[in-house]
Write a protein that binds this ligand. Structure first.
Ligand SMILES: C[S@@+](CC[C@H](N)C(=O)[O-])C[C@H]1O[C@@H](n2cnc3c(N)ncnc32)[C@H](O)[C@@H]1O
Length: 384
């Protein structure tokens, strides 16, 4: 490999040139991981590509034969070209090679993924270069990503979401709740019947109306399991709404900043894998419920568990008022246990009063077992 020493210095100076300007991203090359087509995540130094750069060519040739048989010769010659290019493709004057470490790449750095550019990354790693500018990076989109290796997918991504408001358990998979302020795993949450699937089984599922062929909006869908389950129960379409990273919950400014709908897609991927079935009719959207326009969307069922009172009494009423104009069914879950914090706003009495005020007749109020403080109310209205 000719020219490495000289070009390592050249490379460093290019990187220094890019620091501080508007170049999109400087990434830590030495922390990169590579995702292959099966979804397996491999640290850069354990890739067959890195072995190749070190001179041990066989693992890379085997990898090509298996993963890219049609591009076998072409891949070898372009990699050889890179290796022998004296790294001049890294010189910004050589635009035809696009310049940087991760040409046209996705990079994992916490939650970024590298799909191509791994060849360049291994070259830089071998040079001991730890940081480099990249041309294009994109976060993993859980909406489209289909995990092949479920265990590595879970381990890789569950921690990219600092908050797990609700625990998640399904078959062998379990992710405990962890919330503000410590965000530490609360193993006991897996037994808590006020959240997750335990809550679903105890009080939500038994009280739901027939959802067959209906459209449902799930407001404050969080990790999405109720939306997914309603989709499984026959709803024609379920749209789950929750906060994106920029939305601050009015009574909890310190809540983790994250895309909750992306987290719901992550969970949906796990459920699809578990059930061996796709749920294309269940989708999640970022919104700010404080400003979301409820007059526009029309659904058969408005579903919201333990959410509305967090938005304050005025906004809570505004939402019910707007929804009542065109939504025949409302399903709400209250929380009698909030005590002084949210006062009577979160009580089942208030939820029932409110839906009645806007024309719903209450069909079901279920308080659950003795001492249970998350009752539900279901009401219907004749929409002309
Ligand atoms: C108490 S959790 C309930 C979650 C879920 N429905 C359940 O019963 O398990 C409240 C949910 O509302 C969401 N939320 C609160 N304020 C919001 C806002 N302004 N915009 C969007 N979502 C919000 C939170 O992110 C959270 O997922």
């Amino acid at each position: 490999m000719k020219g490495y020493t000289r070009n390592a210095a050249v490379m460093r100076s290019h990187i220094d040139d890019y620091r501080g300007d508007n170049h999109p991203h400087i990434i830590e090359i030495n922390k990169l991981k590579v995702a292959d087509k099966r979804g397996t995540i491999t640290p850069i130094k354990e890739t067959p590509h890195y072995q190749y750069v070190l001179g041990n060519k066989q693992p890379y040739l085997d990898f090509l034969r298996e993963d890219h048989p049609n591009e076998y010769n072409e891949s070898i010659s372009s990699f050889e070209y890179l290796i022998n290019s004296e790294l001049d493709y890294l010189d910004s004057s050589h635009k035809k090679y696009n310049g940087y470490a991760g040409e046209d790449s996705f990079i994992i750095h916490d939650d970024y993924i590298i799909r191509d550019g791994v060849h360049r990354a291994t070259l830089l790693t071998q040079l001991g270069i730890t940081h480099a500018p990249v041309l294009r990076v994109a976060p993993i989109n859980h909406k489209t990503r289909i995990p092949a290796n479920i265990e590595s997918y879970i381990n890789q991504h569950k921690d990219t979401f600092p908050e797990w408001y609700s625990c998640f358990t399904l078959g062998p998979i379990s992710i405990p709740a962890r919330t503000y302020p410590t965000f530490t795993n609360r193993i006991e949450s897996l037994e808590d019947d006020t959240m997750g699937y335990k809550k679903w089984e105890l009080i939500i599922k038994p009280n739901l109306p027939d959802l067959t062929g209906k459209t449902v909006c799930d407001i404050g869908a969080n990790i999405g399991i109720f939306s997914i389950e309603m989709g499984r129960l026959g709803a024609k379409r379920v749209d789950g709404f929750d906060r994106g990273p920029d939305v601050v919950q009015p009574n909890n400014h310190n809540l983790g900043s994250q895309s909750v709908p992306q987290q719901a897609y992550f969970v949906k991927n796990l459920c699809e894998k578990h059930y061996g079935k796709k749920f294309p009719h269940v989708n999640f959207y970022e919104t700010d419920l404080m400003t979301h326009d409820f007059t526009k969307e029309r659904y058969d069922v408005f579903f919201s568990c333990c959410v509305l009172y967090h938005l304050g009494p005025q906004r809570m009423e505004e939402i019910i008022r707007d929804v009542s104009k065109h939504t025949p069914e409302i399903f709400l879950q209250a929380n009698n246990g909030h005590g002084e914090e949210l006062g009577s706003d979160s009580s089942i009495t208030r939820a029932e009063e409110l839906i009645q005020k806007y024309g719903y007749s209450t069909k079901i109020v279920d308080h659950g077992p003795p001492e249970y403080d998350h009752p539900i109310v279901y009401g219907v209205k004749n929409i002309g």
